[in-house]
Design a protein. Structure first.
Length: 362
């Protein structure tokens, strides 16, 4: 592992060609509530307050953050010196917050769409015996009805000129999510020059439309890279193979996720990139590559996948080997989840992080 980490550091320190990435379509106003307890103890606390007809629970760590897969990925990419164009929907307040979050970086904010209702998430982080998990309470706001009809000629021009076009959070675009992804990816492949990148987020909130998503988008020839976590891989593979449901009763989650990713890679034209807490992996019809995650203190889990996607895109854009690309994505995510302030790494800070981590291994 140390050998390819040294190669990774050399890449991060080198001069690289510029790339331009479009990310869509979500920005959330996030509040993260960190609870150092499990569900049972949290429910007990709530029950005590409810029995006395309401009141406060003090000492609960909370922080307001930028949220949404698209904007978080944009932030992580911009920190890595990548030019990013977010095409996202939000409110007037949300637009001002995006500017304050991303203004110092290489981000084109001229394509932000203003609507009446912002997308808002309250993320509750709990312990589950294996680490931290998050439960997200969401009001998707204007995102629910966001679709191709909300894009103009300037948006499509940006999409056509991008090196990567990424559509995230299909589950949040409740009404027109499939139509949005289908339209965007088709446009890239017929009139654009870039690669298409899809990360749907947890699809269960929109589960009745999953078959349509599979047929119109994931099984099309228009998706180059499909990025998933364990549960998403299992969900989509179960649409293609009946054995997945049977395996859920006997297989460990990591093993089931790998098998699900293999099934997806064998049936889809896209490369399947799987990211988990313990490893990340790439699956194609030709084979697979698995790279272990960095072992770091986990201070947060919300946003880890977005940081991982940024590293994955950067590595792919510069044609790193699968092993180096996955290690880069793992490093970006590990820096983010272990950073006390929850900031995304610059290339310089990522080099320093890898150096410190490597020394701890020797």
């Amino acid at each position: 592992m140390l050998g390819y980490l040294e190669e990774l550091q050399r890449f991060l320190e080198s001069e690289t060609e510029a790339i331009n990435v479009v990310v869509m379509p979500d920005f959330f106003l996030d509040r993260l509530i960190s609870l150092n307890c499990d569900v049972k103890n949290f429910c007990r606390m709530l029950g005590k307050v409810a029995k006395r007809n309401g009141g406060s629970i003090d000492g609960i760590e909370q922080v307001d953050l930028k949220g949404g897969n698209a904007i978080n990925t944009a932030s992580a990419l911009a920190a890595l010196d990548v030019k990013v164009t977010p095409i996202v929907c939000t409110s007037k307040l949300g637009s001002k917050l995006i500017k304050s979050y991303l203004k110092p970086r290489k981000v084109d904010l001229s394509h932000v769409k203003i609507f009446d209702n912002a997308s808002i998430t309250t993320a509750i982080e709990l312990e589950n015996g294996k680490g931290k998990v998050n439960v997200m309470l969401r009001d998707v706001g204007a995102l629910a009805a966001f679709g191709p009809q909300d894009l103009n000629d300037e948006d499509f021009e940006a999409i056509e000129n991008a090196d990567y076009v990424c559509v995230f959070n299909w589950a949040g675009t409740r009404r027109f999510g499939t139509e949005l992804a289908e339209t965007i990816f088709h446009r890239v492949k017929t009139a654009g020059k870039g690669k298409t990148y899809c990360d749907t987020a947890d699809p269960t909130a929109n589960k009745e439309k999953i078959p349509k998503l599979m047929k119109k988008v994931l099984q099309s020839k228009h998706v180059d890279i499909l990025s998933l976590n364990e549960n998403e891989a299992i969900c989509y593979a179960s649409q293609l193979n009946d054995t997945i449901e049977k395996l859920t009763k006997t297989s460990k989650l990591d093993d089931l996720a790998k098998e699900s990713a293999r099934i997806l890679a064998s049936r889809l034209s896209a490369r399947v990139d799987l990211h988990t807490a313990s490893f990340s992996a790439t699956f194609t019809k030709k084979g697979e590559t698995i790279v272990p995650a960095f072992k770091v203190p986990v201070l947060r889990v919300t946003g880890a996948g977005d940081a991982w996607n940024a590293g994955n895109i950067l590595g792919d854009a510069h044609r790193l080997s699968d092993e180096h690309r996955l290690a880069l994505a793992n490093a970006v995510a590990a820096y983010y989840i272990s950073n006390p302030k929850g900031t995304h790494p610059t290339r310089k800070k990522l080099v320093q992080f890898i150096d410190r981590w490597s020394k701890e291994l020797t």
